[in-house]
Design a protein around this ligand. Structure first.
Ligand code: GLC
Length: 426
């Protein structure tokens, strides 16, 4: 297929999934606004419709709670095609939202939108919009500091596997065991009505997801109570790296806008993260790994999120070398980088969601980080593999790293957006 056709196809997906001010990830499987999906989608829009790109992020932040929390789903309108819907979350907010968040990529995206506005001499027209988003972004980042890092370690502690955006990664298996699923009751999943169950999380995983939602409901979605007593607390390597990166980008914007006291606050958050993130290094695995806050145990799993250390700007030569060695080893085992789980792990499954498949948005962050760190060959491989998957198979939710086949839903918004954003500098 020609590049023009690929571009047109990607734009057509964003148009089809546009619900007016926000974009659904996929009309069937995910019919609402998702947090980090929208941020990545904005990067796609920015390649041809700047105003619409900003609107995507602004609409998401219109659902921000007073305490700075930004929900992982906004139910702007109900849809029976998804479970658990608004009545299960029962957060009592308007608009109705879920009660957990998602990886904070938005500040990094807003910085990119802003840089692109400057490059097009459109900054005057967008300055007020930037100022308004800046206030909302920093409120969200403070919320992470106050409610997602109970021990003040400079990491991000997920209170739900869905919060990590990597729903069924094996990193959550052992920490999920103590979750009491006895009161979950009967329910009907919708995801397996749309897609092959082999590509989706298991029943046990879903029971745990729902038990944690019910726990949040029982706490009235009071984030302080959840932070204190949640039965699942995992320092997620992905969100920890993503927030560190996002704080650096927000600091850049604070300096640009002359926001001195906020800049100091952000420097403090960055210092805390840089000082504390070493706790997530697993010496036995020679890798960055998520760690259970409640037991202190490392997951020991090398996942695609482990490779976000470059994106976080950690620049630690010994650890970088170890991660590059993993990248080369994994790259010799699979056709397409970066599988969501190390293919040498016994639990690797090439089409099951976050236990093997390649996700374009994670690759985009990994590739960006590698390029910034000067690892050009590795950056080029990750980018090339990602774009090749889309050229060959279209814009799937994820892909098998072994044979490149599409996994999950097709016509996926954030995959199409990454095509537009990442192939644009060809
Ligand atoms: C799945 C993914 C999550 C994504 C959502 C919508 O739950 O794991 O990362 O945000 O789908 O695409």
């Amino acid at each position: 297929m020609t590049i023009d056709k690929l571009d047109a196809g990607a734009r057509a997906i964003l148009t089809a999934n546009d619900r007016g001010g926000y974009t659904v990830p996929n009309g069937q499987v995910y019919p609402f606004q998702w947090n980090w999906d929208s941020a990545f989608v904005a990067l796609g829009f920015d390649t041809y419709n700047r105003d619409r790109a900003w609107t995507e992020v602004e609409t998401l932040f219109n659902a921000q709670w007073d305490d700075g929390f930004l929900p992982h789903i906004v139910f702007w309108q109900d849809d029976p095609g998804y479970f658990p819907g608004p009545s299960v979350w029962a957060t009592g907010k308007t608009p109705v939202t879920s009660g957990i968040t998602q990886p904070p990529v938005a500040a990094t995206v807003v910085r990119k939108l802003w840089d692109s506005a400057i490059a097009a001499s459109a900054d005057d027209a967008y300055r007020l919009r930037l100022e308004s988003l800046f206030d909302k972004l920093i409120a969200w980042h403070r919320w992470f500091r106050d409610y997602r890092d109970p021990d003040g370690r400079g990491v991000v502690v997920a209170m739900h596997p869905w919060e990590t955006g990597r729903d069924n990664s094996p990193e959550w298996d052992a920490p999920g065991e103590p979750i009491d699923i006895s009161g979950v009751g009967e329910y009907t999943r919708r995801d397996t009505g749309h897609l092959d169950a082999k590509m989706r999380p298991t029943k046990l995983e879903y029971d745990r997801y729902l038990a944690l939602v019910q726990y949040g409901v029982a706490q009235g979605w009071d984030h302080a109570k959840i932070t204190a007593g949640n039965p699942f607390k995992v320092a997620d390597i992905g969100m920890s790296m993503i927030l560190l990166r996002a704080n650096r980008d927000l600091l850049h914007l604070a300096e640009y806008l002359g926001r001195g006291s906020e800049a100091d606050e952000l420097r403090q958050m960055i210092d805390t993260a840089e000082a504390g993130i070493g706790w997530l290094w697993d010496d036995a695995k020679h890798s960055w790994c998520s760690r259970d806050l409640l037991t202190g145990r490392s997951s020991g799993f090398i996942t695609s999120a482990s490779f976000l250390s470059f994106y976080a700007g950690l620049a630690d030569p010994a650890k970088d070398a170890a991660m590059l060695a993993h990248l080369h080893r994994i790259g010799s085992k699979v056709e397409y980088l970066m599988p969501s789980l190390d293919p040498e792990d016994p639990g690797f499954q090439m089409i099951r969601y976050w236990r093997g498949p390649v996700w374009a948005v994670v690759n985009f962050m990994i590739g960006t980080g590698l390029a910034e760190a000067g690892f050009d060959a590795e950056a080029a491989r990750v980018r090339h593999d990602t774009l090749a998957l889309m050229e060959r198979n279209g814009y799937y939710e994820a892909y098998s790293p072994v044979d490149g086949s599409g996994s999950g839903g097709d016509d996926f918004s954030w995959t199409a957006a990454i095509w537009l954003a990442w192939s644009a500098d060809r």
